[in-house]
Design a protein around this ligand. Structure first.
Ligand code: THU
Length: 140
């Protein structure tokens, strides 16, 4: 699938729309994600925190697990935005745990991670660029 400018824009807008849904009573830092599958379906996610802290799940993994739990396991790209006050702030790169989850389901050479800030500056990187020499299913 060709990742056109219109698709990139739509994914960023959907990720931004998820900031309102984030459950962030502790950090107050909202993250939204929009994941597009190979078949074009889009799964959104937000971060969901917990009083016990460690059960907190990131926006990216919420999106992935929604998709996988619906039987979808092949993906093209994910847009991620984050910030305080439920607004986009600076670029919000995915945490290491989320990069590892991406490694399980995505081709590191072609899966794209789209990051955008409040000024509309957008950075697009492959998973391999953000997780060089990552450990994946083929290494078992
Ligand atoms: N967070 C995400 O949702 N995604 C990331 O990749 C980085 C961190 C969330 C977790 C926590 O709710 C908040 O941001 C502050 O760490």
């Amino acid at each position: 699938m060709e990742l056109t400018d219109a698709i990139v824009r739509d994914l960023i807008d959907r990720a931004a729309g998820m900031l309102a849904k984030s459950y962030v009573p502790y950090s107050k830092f909202s993250v939204g994600a929009a994941l597009i599958a190979r078949d074009g379906r889009i799964y959104t996610g937000c971060n969901i925190e917990n009083a016990s802290f460690t059960p907190t799940i990131c926006a990216e993994r919420t999106a992935f697990f929604k998709a996988v739990s619906e039987g979808v396991t092949e993906f093209e790209a994910i847009a991620i935005v984050g910030g305080y006050d439920r607004k986009i702030g600076d670029i919000c790169p995915p945490c290491g745990v989320c990069r590892q989850v991406m490694m399980e389901f995505c081709d590191p050479d072609t899966f794209r991670i789209i990051l955008s800030d409040s000024l509309g500056n957008t950075v697009i990187r492959t998973l391999k660029e953000l997780l060089p020499m990552g450990f994946g299913p083929e290494h078992l």
